[in-house]
Design a protein around this ligand. Sequence first.
Ligand code: HEM
Ligand code: CU
Length: 505
Amino acid sequence: MAEQGFRTCSVTGLKVHLPAERLIKANAVTAIIFIAIGGAAALLAALTRWPAVHLLGPEWFYRVLTAHGFDMLIVWIIFFEIAALYLGSAVLLSVRIAAPLVGWVAYILMLGGAVLVNIMVLAGKSDVLFTSYPPLMAHPLFYLGVILFAVGALIGVALFFATLYKARKEKTYTHQSFPLVTFGLFAAACIAVTTLLHGAGIYIPTLLWSLGIIHDIDPSAYRLVWWGLGHSSQQINVTAMISVWYLIGALSVGMKPINEKLCRTAFVLYILFIDVASEHHLLVDPVFGNAHKIWNTGYVMHLAVLASMIHALAVPAGIEVALRKQGYTKGLFEWFKMAPWGNPAFSATVWSIFIFGFLAGITGVVFGNEQINMTAHNTWRITGHFHATVVGGTTIAFMGVTYYILPLIFRRQIWALSLARIQPWLYGIGITMLSASMMLAGAYGIPRRHWDIANFGGSPFAFAWDPTVYIWLGVFGIAALLAVAGGIIYVAVSAGTLLWGKKVE
Ligand code: HEM
Ligand SMILES: [Cu+2]
């Protein structure tokens, strides 16, 4: 008999706490709404940076760029992560979510904060980009919005911890430790705590500064603390993304890690070292000494990189072993050929592993090196690198897991499955081309965040780029269109499924 407040999932056999399910739905839907807004901003920004089109004027370019950075990197990703945390705690451990009401408080704070920031940006009162470096000053409500969002997210993370505690106390799971996916999300949540505290630590004084209560903010101090938020939150994303790889691997091919202890150790390496490595953003700043920079980027950074390399071997190897067990043992690659390519969650995961492993990981290690950073900093090489990480890696993985959340949590069959099947390919190819072309153009010196690289806003000093650069800028424009098309399909399939998808029982 079903316990009150629960239903039993017919596919996974998990007991699903209904109030947790409602929270997952709300957070996931909101995430998808914001990726749609952020995607519209991406299109406008890309059409402006494509010299052949150069769509917007400078004011609106920086306005949509602020909205794009914030809505994508902060709002889309964190709403989705909060949904994932509730899924990884309440659902995967078949326990009641500790306090559903608190979950709704967190949700409302996050939503209110996100809406406030968007209003302040679109009203033209906060053209400061999402890094909001002083001395650029935004409207106080912009900073307040960020603070509300961060506090809401922190409450959501606390609810995750409380739910884990409840599961532990009630012994609702059979393993000695949490299942690996929950363990990975636990690592992500630990990093989220320090990250969000850095956020509060920097945005509260900045709010006071914009109100005139504090007179001065030191830009270097701001950058140091801000990157404790800005970089570390990328590590939440990496850790959550890898948890999703393990989850989709298990759901799509029945993957089990070959050496689970090693995978857990790798997650612990993230918790210990990744925050320290945030300082790679300050390599060109004069504040730290050379010895410190070399120690930080030469040693500490690689302990976090080691963790990524362990996962990057463990997941494909786990998938291979699972498929070989299903009988696909001919030659070296029969398992790869016979993998469930028709499942968009699976193909999205493969794209995520491919882009994250090759484009994102390798370039991150290269650009995070002190000497190379001197020339890569503030060029499009960096923008290309992080579109490979947060878009090619995390966003595609989250898109992939959506194709499981829709049937398992929303209990609807995927609407327009054939469109869903091409979605990861379109988005994956688009983002691969986008990142690569940005990095190639950046290698010629194309700056990031510049509205008019063709004639520098009519500067009296003539400057001509190497003509090859325009080839890469053309590839970039086409890539942006492909990726936007893939994004539109993702949003359309999700919305279509909620509206018209056949109910599953
Ligand atoms: C269709 C997909 C996307 C396209 C075509 C796209 C395109 C762009 C473009 C053209 C820029 C401006 C670069 C510059 O002027 O230097 C940019 C910046 C940025 N994008 Fe994307 N993007 C996409 C998806 C995403 C996603 C999913 C995320 C995060 C999860 C993201 C995060 C960022 C960030 C953080 C910036 C930097 C903003 C800044 O410099 O202040 N993008 N993107
Ligand atoms: Cu970083």
